[in-house]
Ligand binder design. Sequence first.
Ligand code: AMP
Length: 183
Amino acid sequence: MGPPGAGKGTQGVSIAQHFGVPAISTGAIFRANVEGKTELGLVVSRLMEAGELVPDEVTVQIVASRLAEPDAAAGFLLDGFPRTVAQAEALDALLAEAGTPLDAVVSLTVDEEQLTARMLKRAEQEGRADDNEETIRRRFEVYAAQTAPLLARYSGLGLLVEVDGIGDVDEVFERIIRALGQV
Ligand code: AMP
């Protein structure tokens, strides 16, 4: 977890590689559908461009079917999911059914000013449609209102691992792996 631009995608891929599990990014799945002009892509593109969340039912369905694929049986890394209380509750139910509880929830902390600068740079490099200033601002609001409350939830469950997301990519990765070793 982490606010937009905190480095979830980059670190998620590295963590997954480290543990030999698939990285499952809802944002990446949605973007692939937008690029492929699928039915789902058409539904989600407008929401993504506006910085709004895709409806919970749609998102949970996507994650449920992805987690049911064989490569996720021995473990997985979720990037950008859950983002709402309803999604967290749906994930609890899915994992209870599968008998595979979460081992940890990593939260990357970074200050908003640095994040905005980072995201505008990424917009230039990757041309992401949702990395313009207005959308970025909206994504921060959505994160604060809908996603940040999950931190207390996972903290209460003893799963939250907070890691300082400021620094170069390798340095932050080392911090995450060290922190996960202490869970
Ligand atoms: P991300 O790449 O994780 O920043 O996600 C990019 C965009 O995809 C978000 O701003 C949302 O519009 C959508 N999205 C990704 N994950 C979720 C989720 N778990 N719930 C709802 N919308 C999501």
